[in-house]
Design a protein around this ligand. Structure first.
Ligand SMILES: Nc1ncnc2c1ncn2[C@@H]1O[C@H](COP(=O)(O)OP(=O)(O)OP(=O)(O)O)[C@@H](O)[C@H]1O
Length: 130
């Protein structure tokens, strides 16, 4: 059993964990094309936020929305990789796992789109004079 409660705190180990996490980020950026789309959309949203001079609360909501989508996409990739390792051949249960994992990305994306609409729609309609 891996009992970590008696392990001594080590700054070196903590820093190493960060490098592993950054390595994971590098991998998903290289391999997951959906993530690139999320990052491009995030960049567009940030540019729009600057143009419309949104409030601090709106920036906080946008940051959460962006982080939410990217995090679920990263976790989805991890689950897909694990599923492919466990069962490279077709399996009904793997289909279920992958579809459920993809559903998390879908939910986070829908929530983020709603946040984006709530923030930008009033500003856009104000701009075009409605
Ligand atoms: N081994 C498998 N067994 C059963 N169904 C699978 C299997 N691999 C993929 N699928 C089905 O195909 C869908 C797409 O799987 P895939 O791993 O290609 O993900 P993806 O969303 O296309 O990811 P990416 O866009 O990152 O390639 C899954 O949601 C699942 O329904």
């Amino acid at each position: 059993m891996n009992n970590k409660s008696h392990e001594k705190f080590s700054l070196r180990k903590r820093i190493k964990s960060f490098t592993y996490a950054f390595n994971g980020l590098k991998i998903v950026f290289k391999e997951e094309h959906n993530l690139r789309i999320h990052l491009l959309v995030s960049l567009i949203v940030v540019v729009c936020g600057s143009i419309f001079q949104i409030s601090i609360i709106e920036w906080i909501l946008l940051c959460f929305a962006i982080g939410f989508v990217i995090s679920t996409e990263i976790l989805n990739s991890a689950i897909e990789n694990l599923a492919d390792f466990v069962s490279p051949e077709y399996h009904d249960l793997i289909k279920k796992v992958k579809d459920i994992s993809a559903a998390a990305v879908l939910v986070s994306t829908i929530v983020s789109v709603v946040i984006g609409i709530l923030i930008f729609l009033p500003k856009i309609s104000h701009l075009i004079g409605n």
